[in-house]
Ligand binder design. Structure first.
Ligand SMILES: [Zn+2]
Length: 73
């Protein structure tokens, strides 16, 4: 059980440091240049989406919408 957890942690760390080449599509651990073709690399994982952050600003967003509606009347 402990070994599985360790393996999962290893995977997460590995995923975070994995880069993909924009030129040839190869995966690499190098953060800037692709070792296969020298092309630029990028992280293939999208930015983390946080619902908490959305709720934090929803109050202001709703106020803004309300103000805009009042102005247009
Ligand atoms: Zn490449």
């Amino acid at each position: 059980m402990k070994l599985v957890l360790l393996f999962l942690m290893f995977l997460v760390i590995k995923m975070k440091t994995l880069y993909k080449c924009a030129n040839c599509g190869e995966y690499t651990l190098k953060p800037d240049l692709c070792p296969h073709c020298g092309g630029k690399t990028y992280t293939p994982h999208p930015a983390r989406f946080s619902i908490e952050k959305e709720q934090k600003y929803s109050k202001y967003r709703r106020n803004l919408l309300k103000n805009q509606l009042n102005k247009s009347k």
